[in-house]
Design a protein around this ligand. Structure first.
Ligand code: HEM
Length: 502
């Protein structure tokens, strides 16, 4: 028999050895079920952050044979997800929400490939940095209506934030003006997001662990998940197609404001093939999902921070007063002259990241990193929470402290680079999100004092306010603030509101 060259033998050994023994470190696993019993049901980023102290920057957990690789430092996340993006740009496969409920059609859950590329291109070309200013007037108007409405009724904080952010995102996606909180074009996507969150709670659906179950007849005992998946698919389908069909029938109304769907149709000369239309519908539906909850969570955390840190609020208000004066309301363009306000927005995103584990990537081939073996199919999770709460990088990370950036954009950028994701999958909505958030933050700082509630009990809850820990987005639980009008700009606000049709 012909002898094998030595390097082939050595490589062969290495592959076998890496496959068997050199996964990244992690908690001890049991045969077959792995770390199932150690996996937290809520806020997994907090448990992962605790484990990171023992296992370091990259660790491994096994959930019934499914490999999960948790990246605890920005350096490692960048080396893998950015620099090796050809290997780590896929998404994990969800059987319940993906295959059965239909969420795998959405760009955000598409496998890394041609369809993903085409959907992503539609969105990326609409929401570039250069095109962001065309949405400023909408974002500023909605911010002013928001401030006005919560000044009059602070208990409407959550519903108003949801509605105003919803109006922005639906308008720029379909050109449709939402009629109110109960408009199905806004309740549909919100319901769909909630279904998705429910469907991705680890361990809630056996079919995700035993995919063959998706082939059992739906009359079998225990196959109730089929009914649920069918209902979820319908909600997703309606939320995605109904606003698009509205746009097709109301093109004249829909082009009054630039929007994604109208731009794509117009670029194609007014007619899309069925395939192009389907692609656009799922891309647009991803924008809705991407832009709603993440922005809402961030804006609510801003209110919380201001109520808890009045001296920081006063410092930001002094900056706004000095730059904007008292004759007008602030505009998004003012942000370039307001480094302290920029630091506040950054600090909100660091202090309470809306997506503490980002959105998981997946490995599409076997890989080695510093001698550690990362198997094909591994779910790659960026532990954004740990990256933004590492005391070696952010001293006293639980404190809300915008001064830590020393007004330097280069320092602030480090937070955005982590929060908005990695490599080819990084969020394409950053510039639009920035506009929405700055419009709200600036308008609120200029026109209102955000104060904690007078009621002692409600005030005490603010200090340790729980955040929801299931699903991809983390939200503050219900809380109250008081708002007091400040400066002559509050009366400017009243004048502007009168002139707006709302
Ligand atoms: C504070 C607001 C936001 C945050 C924190 C945020 C964060 C993220 C993160 C972490 C990802 C996953 C990145 C990765 O896989 O590495 C993502 C993806 C995405 N985001 Fe955002 N996002 C925000 C707002 C928006 C907005 C306003 C839009 C739409 C205009 C948007 C559209 C998308 C889309 C389409 C994707 C999927 C990208 C892909 O899979 O290729 N996001 N976002």
């Amino acid at each position: 028999m012909q002898e094998l060259p030595l390097y082939v033998v050595v490589l062969g050994f290495l592959v076998i050895w890496h496959k068997s023994g050199s996964l990244p470190p992690g908690p001890r696993r049991l045969p077959i079920i792995g770390n199932v019993f150690q996996m937290p049901q809520t806020s997994p980023w907090l448990t992962f952050t605790k484990w990171a102290k023992t296992y370091g920057d990259i660790m491994h957990v096994d959930v019934v044979g499914k490999h999960m690789v948790v990246l605890n430092s920005a350096k490692v996340a960048r080396e893998l997800l950015d620099k090796r993006s050809l290997t780590y740009s896929d998404r994990p496969h969800f059987v319940m929400v993906g295959d059965l409920a239909g969420f795998s059609e959405l760009l955000v859950f598409q496998s890394y490939g041609e369809e993903w590329r085409k959907q992503r291109k539609l969105i990326a070309q609409e929401f570039t940095q250069a095109s962001a200013p065309r949405y400023y007037s909408l974002q500023e108007s909605q911010a002013r209506i928001l401030a006005w409405n919560i000044l009059r009724d602070p208990s409407s904080l959550f519903s108003q934030v949801r509605l105003r952010i919803g109006i922005n995102i639906i308008q720029v996606t379909y050109g449709y003006t939402v009629k109110g909180a109960e408009d199905p074009f806004i309740t549909g996507p919100l319901q769909s997001m909630q279904n998705f969150s429910e469907g991705t709670v680890p361990g809630s659906f056996l079919v995700d662990f035993i995919p063959a179950l998706k082939y059992v007849p739906n009359w079998m005992p225990g196959a109730g998940f089929f009914q649920k998946a069918k209902a979820w698919r319908q909600v997703l389908w309606d939320a995605s197609w109904a606003p698009y069909l509205w746009l097709k029938e109301n093109q004249n109304q829909a082009i009054s404001m630039p929007n994604l769907c109208a731009s794509v149709i117009s670029d194609a000369g007014g007619e899309l093939s069925r395939e192009e239309e389907t692609r656009l519908v799922w891309a647009a539906s991803t924008v809705m999902g991407g832009g709603l909850d993440s922005n809402m969570s961030t804006v609510l955390s801003f209110f919380l921070a201001m109520a808890l840190y009045p001296e920081i609020q006063s410092k930001a208000q002094a900056e706004v007063d000095a730059v904007v004066g008292f004759e007008r309301l602030p505009e998004i363009n003012d942000k370039t002259s307001l480094p302290y306000v920029r630091s506040i927005v950054t600090e909100v995103m660091r202090w309470r990241p809306a997506m503490p584990l980002g959105i998981p990537h997946a490995a599409n081939e076997d890989g080695l990193y510093n001698g550690l073996y990362i198997p094909k199919g591994s779910v790659m999770m960026a532990n954004v929470w740990n990256m933004l709460h590492d005391p070696k990088i952010y001293s006293n990370p639980s404190d809300f402290n915008p001064d830590r950036y020393k007004n330097l954009d280069s320092e602030m950028q480090k937070v955005f680079d982590v929060l908005f994701g990695f490599g080819r999958r990084a969020c394409p909505g950053f510039h639009f999100a920035e506009g929405t958030i700055f419009a709200i933050v600036l308008t609120l700082l200029a026109t209102c004092d955000i104060l904690p509630p007078t009621n002692e009990e409600a005030r005490a809850t603010l200090n340790n306010l729980p955040y929801t820990g299931v699903g991809i987005i983390s939200f503050p639980e219900n809380f109250e603030v008081r708002l007091k009008p400040r400066s002559s700009r509050a009366s400017l606000l009243a004048d502007v509101i009168e002139s707006l049709d709302c």
